[in-house]
Ligand binder design. Structure first.
Ligand code: C5P
Length: 299
């Protein structure tokens, strides 16, 4: 074994999410600002002695129990497969890889856990195989794995559009704290998109920066997550989570992320978010509080 590549795969939070249209293939066009929380899965990848470029995956962690490392649909394996396919005839010369995924983010929960894992796999497998992929091609490979994978490549605040593959810098964010709560129920993204009612909404004008949390909250209050009602129809507990979060001491704003069920709340500081944790704790609920992840790689 040689050096281990360790990559953290941070939770992606949609501060708002407008459905702006629909493509001919059924995928929805979106406009959203995605930010990243300190909460993360961790993927470790080691180069093994054998050749042949297989990726052997083991999964542990708080939410690892229901997942199988030999499931070829796992996005970590699919990411490695996509990079191997790109190597073409050279794939036989690539070393095999052994990977461990520490799965500490809830699965199918609107915070892009699987997408963040896929992006972490692309980053670490490229390093392990000493592979350089031009940015546009990498975004194309990421998009083929899932609409949320491109934004997870750099893990910086990003304005997303298209189905998630068009990326621009987000407004500069103020200091704040964040809380995430998941009620323990997985929600299927296609089911939520199918349940969505209503038309399309335009992409809003956003400022270049939010100087204060109050300014950011003021903007966000005028926007929405257009999937929230549909997700609440599929999983009614989301409404209870939101009302519990909004009642927590110091909560400035709460909304569902992505297609749910995880909801986020904003606080004045990470400490304020941590102090409110006990007030939202319920049996079976996953609660995380802390800071945004602010060390992502600028694109
Ligand atoms: O791309 P991903 O595999 O994450 O998407 C899962 C499903 O969610 C898609 O097959 C599609 O039904 C729906 N989806 C969508 N529009 C998006 C993203 C996802 O309709 N922008």
């Amino acid at each position: 074994m040689t050096a281990t590549q360790s990559e953290s795969a941070h939770a992606k939070i949609n501060l708002y999410l407008h459905v702006t249209g629909r493509r001919a293939d059924g995928y929805h066009l979106l406009d959203s600002v995605a930010v990243f929380a300190g909460a993360a899965d961790v993927l470790e990848v080691e180069v093994a002695q054998a050749r042949g470029a297989a990726l052997d995956l083991r999964i542990d962690g708080m939410f690892g129990a229901g997942l199988r490392g030999d499931d070829a649909t796992n996005l970590v394996i699919r990411a490695a497969d996509a990079l191997r396919a790109r190597a073409g005839a050279g794939a036989d010369a690539l070393p095999s890889l052994a990977a461990v995924l520490h799965k500490d983010l809830p699965v199918a929960s609107g915070i892009g856990g699987g997408s963040a894992d896929a992006a972490a796999a692309l980053r670490s497998v490229m390093k392990s195989w000493d592979m350089t992929v031009p940015r546009a091609e990498l975004v194309e490979i990421a998009t083929s794995l899932g609409a949320d994978v491109p934004v997870c490549l750099d893990q910086v605040p990003t304005r997303m559009s298209g189905i998630g593959e068009i990326l621009r810098p987000a407004p500069v964010l103020p200091q704040c704290g964040m809380m995430l709560v998941n009620c323990g129920m997985s929600v299927s993204t296609p089911a939520v998109f199918r349940a969505r009612q209503g038309g399309f909404r335009p992409a809003p004008d956003l400022p270049a920066r939010w100087e204060t949390l109050s300014q950011m909250v003021e903007t966000l209050s005028e926007l929405s997550n257009d999937l929230e009602d549909a997700a609440c129809a599929v999983c009614p507990t989301i409404r209870e989570v939101l009302s519990v979060m909004r009642a927590a001491p110091g909560c400035r704003f709460a909304r569902m992320s992505g297609s749910g069920a995880t909801c986020f709340a904003l606080f004045d500081s990470p400490q304020a978010a941590e102090l409110a944790q006990d007030a939202v704790a319920r049996p079976g609920w996953w609660v995380w509080a802390g800071d945004l992840y602010r060390d992502g790689r600028a694109a």
